[in-house]
Design a protein around this ligand. Sequence first.
Ligand code: AGP
Length: 610
Amino acid sequence: MCGIVGYVGGKEALPVLIDGLKNLEYRGYDSSGVCLIPSAGGKLDIRKEQGKIKFLDELIAKDPLPKAHVGIAHTRWATHGAPCRKNSHPHPNADHTIAVVHNGIIENYQILKATLIQKGYKFLSETDTEVIVHLVSEYFEGDIVKAVRRAIKDLEGAFAIGVVSSDDPGILVAARVGSPLIVGIGKGENYIASDVPAIIKYTRNVIYLKDGEMAVLRRDSVDVTTFAGKKVSAKIDKVTFHIDAAQKQGYPHFMLKEIHEQPDVLAKMLKARLKAGRVELDGLGLSDAALKGMNRIKIVACGTAYHAGLVGRYIIEELARIPVEVDVSSEFRYRTLLVDKKTLVIAVSQSGETADTLAAIREAKAKGARIVSICNVIGSSLARESDGVLYTHAGPEIGVASTKAYTAQLMMFYILALKLAEVHKGIDPKSRGLLIKDLLEIPALYRDILKVHSRISSVAKDFSHFGCFLYLGRNINYPTALEGALKLKEISYIPAEGYAAGEMKHGPIALIDEYRAVVCIAPQSDIYEKMISNIQEILSRKGKVIVIATEGDQAIIGHDTHVISVPRTHKLLTPLLAVLPLQFLAYYIAVNRGCDVDQPRNLAKSVTVE
Ligand code: AGP
């Protein structure tokens, strides 16, 4: 949520900042802005615009900015105040000598604002952020670093900030609590950014700032300290992913590219984690004995990651026979937490920066639970705060609708469940062998489905005009129904509900008529017949049905439905295959309806505020 970029160095700052913003646009895209310290001297120069970054680009083309080698920029996801020019960042002080970009929420901004207004400060926006710049201004006595250090003492809430001052023109100050911020180390130049894609073109050497740390960047130096001013010897990490990984590579949308990347992501995970039938879980941070001592598992996550957790529950309970509960993080964090040192809490998150999930693990940790996270973004807050981290290594996921991160999370659950089954003596060796054999075939089966996705696009064409969708699944594919519905509503804005098919007669059946589209996930399994009964009940009420069925399913052909087939696999693995057509279906319907697939309205990729 909100993207920050900052630069100090020998290059022209503007193109670096705009390019960085474009690579962070997935974090928020309702308005953007840039602030430069003119190299020729004078006050700060700022341009801001409502809407996507291309509109800021157009504004700057009409009203050019001066040459500059230091600057900050921001792409916004509105929290306080409507998305419009006056609320967009950077926010300057009254005489345009100090400016701030911010990601997060200042929770005590109203009190601070009232005090500042009493002191004569004039507020031009409705944002919480503007208090930061006036506070820095209030404390400024010729040293911007000291002024920022003093100002942040007054702030409560979450923030990652970048601050520049025309009175200290060679300096960029950054600080973080709760919201992500990295420092990129270059040669004769340095950067700040909310995420790696913004700066990977220029440097792979990054410092992941920790909560409570401040960085002072000059052309030739970066000094990291605590807020109190104590020097920190910050570790410089090397970013390993390829620069192309954050580009569309010829695909019309990131989402489509990321859907196609799934077989490779899954194959890579299997290669790294399953060696000659043995599970390797580097990063787990728990010995076999400690794992054996865990008698309960709680999974916490949000959105798509929560759906992965729901599938995870079925897998772990089936394979390892350990009781599992799954909660959305925002509920978990406010419940009476019944966890102890024998509870393993598994937090699932693509970004590793989701505010509710972070809060949930902090609560659980304080009560003595062991925390293992399944996470995609290396060095993220979640990864750092967990006792163990299982990285999915799916590469950057830029499309707001999660696809490859989800299937990678599922894969990690299969692998983790095999490990748990090993130590808890869950399944017998023969069943384990059969499951592993089928698991290893999954990437190839994905490639088979990718080859025939034109069939899904033609079904999507027939269903793009429907105004309401119901997704039904049972057992391990109930979460698949939830995930299919979430994908559709996120990117096409069509109301879509996921339901456990067995619940249909308890309410949702009232919705069915000829104007309703119902997607039924019905792969071959011991509950297949139950799904067929549901399908018949929908058809007899004139509902229009899409069925995700197993290849070669003859019985389904006799019904008046649109069938999308997926290859046959182990019944526990069907969620991995069934979700792929649902991703395509959502994608094609959204495209047919002219929606902005990668940047759907109101959403942002990582939800770093509560
Ligand atoms: C998925 O398509 C979503 N955009 C969203 O539900 C997401 O999965 C959720 O916000 C959790 O994010 P995380 O995995 O980064 O924690």
